[in-house]
Design a protein around this ligand. Structure first.
Ligand code: S3P
Length: 441
């Protein structure tokens, strides 16, 4: 589970970033490609797969359900689909590691099976809320038990689920996706309405696997009982991993920094809008659209050092930038003036409480800030102090503070960084290549 060489980063202050780089494959899309590939009839070929610990946990769980998954190369996967009724009872609880997405989507996939199953995870995942997924699945007739809303999740397989009309109380792609996965096996037409659109990778990918899905106003609707046909999935580089270099570029790209082959699904790229509102110079060079229904849009992204100023984040942009707030807060800490984020309660239930963890670290860097129940107020600083920061085992917190070193006056050391391998294997090497003075210890 660790970055080569250990579990700490030491990042020397200052430096600049430039050049051309790419980042590993998209985590959300890699999870979905494995799961839909498993449910499909035929062999699904995945290229650009994220060989990070989270997606490997999904692959192992599917193997535990009798699916043959081959990985001829690090980023190439061949899933031998077993079809809608082909999964087999697991011999042991399925361990989803640190991966919230994997656990929540698997709940939807496992609820309609003819066998029972149990989902567990690491210490962080065992603290995360699962009731938000269990509730709509129970409305469909699923028998799911959590431990006071948290894992272990015990699923009594129930092959005859009923489709529901469900209005999601929070914008959550994981809840939406779990209901869609269960809805595939349910009788009737599943209708979902979201308060604000969340990432739509599941809908796009279901289309690629031959499933008909209708957009009806702000709702999506899908008939149960549809079969999935195996396909080829080309996973773009993960925008959420590129985000660290987008902010690094704003802070320190004296010459342009170009990130290639990045997924720019509009339900994911809220950070570009936020940084542009702060004054960032970010240019997109879209790739030609490849075939298939609803393919994922891809672009090269060019960023230059820019004088950032603080903003008030519009709540409507939060779902499309939800995973980028750790590094966005670093941008705010280095901007002139004040930045305010409200309505971001979801950040408290990610891999760590990202509002609290970021507030502690920003304080250590000498940044004036106020932790709010559902957000953070930050006054940008000229330069940041050095510090030793505890990432609390949260991969995105660890990478965000590595970026902060570009504007620090003394080294920043970051503890407990092994989980960076869940989403961005090789981060330290890629960051060093871009110009960060980072060592993995
Ligand atoms: C994800 C959805 C988001 C996001 C997570 C990945 C997904 O979570 O934060 O990192 O792949 O569906 P929510 O669904 O809880 O918003």
């Amino acid at each position: 589970m660790s970055e080569p060489g250990g579990a700490r980063y030491r990042v020397k202050p200052g430096g600049s970033v430039s050049g051309t780089l790419t980042v590993p494959g998209d985590k959300s899309i890699s999870h979905r490609a494995l799961m839909l590939g498993a449910l499909a009839e035929g062999d699904t070929h995945i290229s650009g797969f994220l060989a990070g610990e989270d997606c490997l946990a999904t692959a192992r769980a599917l193997q535990g359900l009798g699916v043959h998954v081959e990985r001829p190369q690090d980023t190439q996967v061949l899933v031998h689909g077993v079809g809608a009724n082909g999964l087999a009872a697991p011999q042991a609880p399925l361990d989803m590691g640190n991966a919230g997405t994997a656990m929540r989507l698997m709940m939807g996939l496992l609820a309609p099976q003819k066998f029972d199953s149990t989902l567990v995870g690491d210490a962080s995942l065992m603290r995360r809320p699962m009731e938000r997924v269990a509730v709509p699945l129970q409305m469909m007739g699923a028998r799911i038990h959590t431990h006071e809303g948290r894992p272990p999740v015990q699923i009594r397989g129930t092959p005859h689920l009923r489709a529901i009309h469900y209005s999601l109380p929070v914008a959550s792609a994981q809840v939406k996706s779990a209901v869609l996965l269960a809805g595939l096996a349910a009788s009737g037409r599943t209708h979902l309405t979201e308060p604000v659109p969340s990432r739509d990778h599941t809908e796009r990918m279901l289309g690629a696997f031959g499933v008909q899905l209708a957009h009806e106003g702000r709702s999506i609707a899908m008939e149960g009982g549809q079969r999935l046909r195996a396909t080829q999935v080309s996973v773009p580089a993960d925008f959420s991993s590129a985000a660290f270099f987008l902010v690094a570029g704003c802070l320190a790209a004296d010459r342009p920094l170009t990130l290639t082959n990045i997924g720019v699904n509009p339900t994911r790229t809220g950070l570009i809008e936020l940084l542009r509102r702060m004054g960032a110079d970010i240019r997109l060079h879209p790739h030609a659209v490849s075939g298939g229904p609803n393919p994922e849009p891809v672009a090269d992204i060019e960023v230059r050092r820019s004088a950032l100023h603080g903003i008030t984040v519009p709540e409507a942009l939060i779902p499309a930038s939800i995973d980028e707030f750790p590094v966005f807060f670093i941008a705010a800490a280095c901007a002139s003036g004040e930045t305010l984020v409200r309505g971001a309660l979801e950040l408290r239930v990610k891999e760590s409480d990202r509002l609290a963890t970021m507030a502690v670290g920003l304080g250590q860097l000498g940044v004036e800030h106020q932790l709010l129940p559902d957000g953070l107020w930050i006054r940008g600083a000229e330069g940041l102090s050095g510090a030793t920061i505890d990432s609390c085992g949260d991969h995105r917190i660890a990478m965000a503070f590595a970026v902060a070193a570009l504007r620090a006056r003394a080294p920043i050391e970051i503890r407990d960084v092994a989980n960076v391998a869940t989403s961005f294997p090789g981060f330290a090497g890629t960051a060093r290549g871009a110009g960060l003075r980072i060592e993995a210890l």
